[in-house]
Design a protein around this ligand. Structure first.
Ligand code: IMP
Ligand code: MG
Length: 178
């Protein structure tokens, strides 16, 4: 059990199980992008996706680019509908295959905002890859192409994910328990 500010969190998913889920997604990406003509661009969504993205790209056996964007929408433990881009991709994306890498897709507001922004630069394709997907919370129609794991509507921290910026460095996923 750990305490971050006013909340307690207990272990939910051990690092070993996360590693297996990352292996699974990497295997699918290797199948789908292994024969791409042009290196795909992996776009990590900061801050939460930094750990997942770094573990994921180490398992890819094809040439790719890695870059980051930053959006903000979450406030404490609640998703808000106002999403803004704080930092853009910073590389040419016209005609490129993009894979947006998220820590967790909840309502889908962040990912929809990002996809709408990225489409303006005419990429060849955009797919979504996320460590966690909360299907019961998802309210958008953009397909979530690669979800390493699905969880319910609980609030989790660890492996990049935070509660008000704390908890990102935890190796195991922890869930709020009061
Ligand atoms: P959405 O815009 O509602 O889909 O929320 C997506 C973003 O909110 C994710 O990229 C996370 O940064 C954050 N988020 C959503 N659920 C959680 C959670 O359970 N723990 C920590 N952050 C979360
Ligand atoms: Mg995020």
């Amino acid at each position: 059990m750990i305490k971050l500010y006013d909340k307690h969190f207990k272990p939910l998913i051990p690092a070993s199980q996360i590693a297996e889920a990352v292996d699974g997604v990497a295997r699918r990406l290797n199948e789908d992008y292994g024969t791409s003509q042009q290196p795909p661009v992996f776009v990590g969504v900061l801050n939460g996706a930094f750990m997942f993205l770094s573990d994921l790209v180490k398992r890819l056996d094809f040439v790719c680019e890695v870059t980051f964007v930053k959006v903000s929408s979450y406030d404490g433990m609640a998703s808000t509908d106002t999403v803004s881009t704080v930092m853009g991709v910073g590389c040419p994306i016209e005609g490129r295959d993009m894979v947006v890498v998220e820590d967790i897709v909840d309502t889908g507001a962040s990912i929809e905002h990002l996809v709408v922004e990225l489409r303006k630069s005419n990429p060849r394709s955009i797919r979504i890859c996320t460590l966690f997907f909360k299907p019961q919370a998802y309210r958008k129609s953009i397909p979530i192409d690669y979800a390493a794991m699905e969880i319910g509507n609980e609030f989790v921290v660890g492996y990049g994910m935070d509660y008000n910026q704390l908890g990102r460095n935890l190796r195991d996923i922890h869930v709020v328990c009061g």
